[in-house]
Design a protein around this ligand. Structure first.
Ligand code: ADP
Length: 255
């Protein structure tokens, strides 16, 4: 058997996808930490073992993400915008025209033509507001994991607004809301609305007739998806495992 390996070395998580042709056979992730090459290797071996395979079954390896050059055993380093475009376009049934990837430390908006070629890129990597890191900071302040944010937000009863556009000021704003007794669920809903406004400001509304596809780890948060759809007044599509599209795209670039 010949499987290809797609590695996405992200700022927050290392994702691995094992493929045969265009089919995903296995996927797994581990938090990013020092020694990324060996973490990627251990995760790849775990996947191979679970599939009953060994390193002899590996055809080629592609790496992407901001740590893509750290992996000596990868034959190909793929730009992460290209990997995202290729992976999501394929998984969307070749229908996606606009992608928003919210990662641990940046937000990327990628537009595609009907062949899946990248026609436009907008990126916010200067500021943590609107990124996964922002969600994690608020999670720490509220002492609640990000995986609970969907349920919390859906239970909100009062509408409040987070006005700060910078993480440092947003942190003080949230601390003072907590001191005033504002409920966690109302703060979390306001957080989603604030991130949605930030992402929406990267698009012109007229661009989004075909809806947009959200990927990256925060796309697992359904309340964020709803907030974004409301803010942009368009459909927001999310795949079943939205954090693996980039690793999958890297593997497809080997075909
Ligand atoms: P990167 O590729 O930059 O490492 P990811 O696409 O892996 O980033 O996304 C990481 C982010 O995903 C984390 O910062 C975290 O906030 C978010 N995340 C992870 N799991 C969940 C979840 N279950 N619900 C909401 N957000 C999540």
């Amino acid at each position: 058997m010949s499987v290809n390996v797609g590695l996405d070395l992200g700022s927050t998580a290392i994702k691995v996808v094992l493929t045969e042709g265009r089919k995903i056979l296995w996927h797994g992730q581990t938090p990013t930490a020092p020694g990324q090459e060996s973490l990627a290797q251990i995760l790849t071996r775990k996947g191979l073992t679970e599939l009953g395979l060994t390193s002899r079954d590996v055809g080629q390896v592609a790496s992407t993400g901001y740590g893509r050059r750290l992996v000596g055993f990868a034959e190909k380093a793929v730009d992460e915008i290209l990997a995202n475009a290729v992976g999501l376009f394929e998984l969307s049934g070749r229908t996606a025209r606009h992608i928003v990837n919210i990662g641990g430390q940046d937000v990327k908006c990628i537009s595609l033509d009907e062949q899946g070629r990248v026609t436009d890129i907008k990126m916010n990597d200067k500021c943590a507001a609107g990124t996964g890191r922002f969600f994690e900071l608020v999670a720490r302040l509220l002492d609640t994991p990000v995986s609970d944010f969907t349920d919390l937000s859906q239970a909100a009863t009062e509408s409040i607004t987070l006005n700060s556009t910078c993480v440092v000021f947003a942190e003080s704003e949230i601390v003072s809301l907590m001191a005033k007794g504002t409920k966690k669920m109302d703060i979390v809903k306001a957080l989603h609305e604030s991130v949605a406004r930030r992402v929406a400001s990267m698009f012109k509304y007229s661009e989004l007739n075909e809806g947009l596809w959200l990927d990256g780890g925060p796309a697992m948060n359904k309340a964020l998806v709803t907030a974004l759809a409301d803010e942009l007044m368009t459909e927001v599509f999310v795949l079943d495992k939205p954090q693996y599209t980039v690793a999958y795209g890297a593997a497809l670039c080997l075909n």
